[in-house]
Design a protein. Structure first.
Length: 48
């Protein structure tokens, strides 16, 4: 057994190896960002 077989794969490398997980994380990130930005814009409009 070589050293490479017993070496633990880092968490970030395991995430980077799952392309669909990265896609879902990206979509969720942009959804939350744009919804948050939109809510900030809506609530920053002064009321009469």
């Amino acid at each position: 057994m070589s050293h490479e077989d017993t070496e633990e794969i880092p968490v970030m490398q395991r995430i980077y190896n799952r392309i669909w997980l990265l896609a879902v994380i990206g979509i969720i990130f942009f959804f939350v960002t744009y919804v948050g930005w939109g809510l900030i814009d809506v609530f920053s409009v002064p009321a009469r």
